[in-house]
Design a protein around this ligand. Structure first.
Ligand SMILES: Cc1cc2nc3c(=O)[nH]c(=O)nc-3n(C[C@H](O)[C@H](O)[C@H](O)COP(=O)(O)OP(=O)(O)OC[C@H]3O[C@@H](n4cnc5c(N)ncnc54)[C@H](O)[C@@H]3O)c2cc1C
Length: 396
């Protein structure tokens, strides 16, 4: 049996590895359009190990974060990839947020998180001495990891297991071939019995190549970061997050200690003018038209005018970005921040303008398409791979 995986991010790499265990003897190919694996979301993220606090109980995100964080920490330990389960604080700054944070605590408990701890202002300042706010939830199972290192370890392991990794192989066409499919790129053509597409920012387009209707569409939301200058790094020990806005799937700008040193602040969430638009002015006319001609985007903007305006202005103004951060660390100043990197989230949106919250898999007799794998899919990638492998037939 021949299986072709499209996309060499964490989800594709983890799936290829998993299939060697669940489908012994299968010939596994992985096609990646870039010159190497892990060049997009999987290595342009916050580097956090999310343990399942935020997600609706019973959803894929809840289940796969809870099991995935353990699998990811164990994988890092086994393969010598830097990681640390350092815990995080989610900080409420007013009474309304305290009420929402209590809701999160309940949700986390329902999801099976261990050791959640409600902290008074004094208690939270013992853990993070510079934090503002009036109460916090400590989430001890959360941590940080080197996802570049995880990609490299998965690539190495895959090669040892026999996965044929084809880089610079952008899939342009998928056509029927008897009971199977032919997956074509300018450099190589694979005749596969089964395909698994894990194409991140292009997942809707790759699924469409295989005949799926693009009802939901991927909208690229760039997340921009600042870094704390060395003199200000003492202000943050580990991970400090705000209470998220329930109407928005992103977590709000936060502070993250990086596994190899330094502190990042961010990311915000602004529509990118290119699916791989890591800078403000990168425009891809096809991607831009794709977004602008999708009615879901206009519905989304109509429903969230104020938030969209706030995100855009904050992206253009370091002062406003700093003001958001001051809610968490009041003493932080613009002069403490320098420009950092950016990542682009692949976020599926439906025509009504709702952001699809959960992971989404489309299952067909000879294909499985991962069409929405937002955060925490880096943390959960090994668990997602387990879920995918269960759905791949062992024979055709
Ligand atoms: C700013 C930001 C912060 C985040 N923070 C976190 C976090 O702290 N913790 C966490 O768990 N998650 C986080 N996430 C989410 C996480 O990074 C992603 O959910 C995860 O990496 C998705 O992995 P993937 O393999 O699906 O996608 P990707 O890593 O994007 O991989 C998709 C791959 O498919 C390839 N591809 C696309 N089209 C084709 C084609 N036609 N042919 C061949 N190859 C193709 C791409 O080149 C790419 O390599 C964050 C994401 C962002 C953007």
């Amino acid at each position: 049996m021949k299986i072709c995986i499209i996309g060499g991010g964490l989800v594709g790499l983890a799936t290829a590895r998993r299939l060697h265990h669940t489908h012994p003897g299968a010939e596994i190919h992985l096609m990646e359009k870039e010159a190497g694996v892990g060049r997009h979301q999987s290595t342009h993220n916050s580097g956090v190990l999310h343990c399942g606090l935020y997600y609706k109980p019973g959803s894929y995100r809840a289940r796969l974060a809870v099991s995935g964080v353990k699998q990811m920490a164990a994988y890092c330990a086994e393969h010598g990839v830097a990681h640390e389960v350092c815990g995080k604080l989610v900080v409420a700054v007013n009474d309304a947020e305290v009420a929402r944070l209590k809701g999160l605590q309940e949700r986390g408990t329902q999801n099976g998180l261990l050791g959640l701890e409600w902290l008074s202002r004094e208690a939270m300042r013992e853990i993070e001495p510079h934090v503002g706010g009036i109460a916090a939830l400590r989430v001890p199972e959360e941590g940080i990891a080197d996802y570049r290192g995880v990609c490299d370890a998965l690539e190495k392991e895959n090669r040892q297991l026999g996965t044929q990794i084809h880089v610079e192989a952008p899939v342009k066409k998928i056509s029927p071939d008897g009971k199977g499919l032919v997956v074509s790129s300018p450099s190589i053509e694979i005749h596969a019995d089964f395909i698994v597409s894990c194409a991140g920012l292009h997942s809707d387009r790759v699924a469409a190549l295989a005949g799926e209707e693009r009802i939901t569409r991927i909208l690229p939301f760039r997340g921009e970061y600042y870094k704390l200058r060395p003199h200000a790094q003492h202000l943050v020990r580990n991970l400090i997050y705000p209470v998220p806005d329930p109407s928005f799937p992103f977590l709000g700008v936060h502070f993250t200690r990086l596994i190899h040193g330094g502190i990042e602040a961010g990311p915000n969430a602004v529509l990118a003018f290119a699916r791989e638009g890591y800078t403000k002015w990168k425009i891809n006319p096809v991607d831009l038209m794709d977004a602008l001609t999708f009615k879901g985007l206009w519905n989304f903007i109509g429903q969230h005018r104020r938030m969209v305006w706030n995100e855009v202005t904050r992206s253009l103004s370091k002062r406003l970005f700093c003001q958001s951060l001051q809610k968490l660390i009041p003493e932080i100043q613009e002069s403490d921040l320098e420009a950092g990197g950016a990542g682009v989230r692949a976020q599926a949106m439906d025509p009504a303008g709702s952001l699809v919250q959960d992971f989404v898999f489309i299952e067909r007799p000879n294909a499985l398409h991962v069409v929405n794998a937002p955060s925490p899919a880096a943390t959960a990638s090994l668990a997602i791979a387990g879920e995918i492998a269960k759905r791949v037939p062992t024979r055709v």
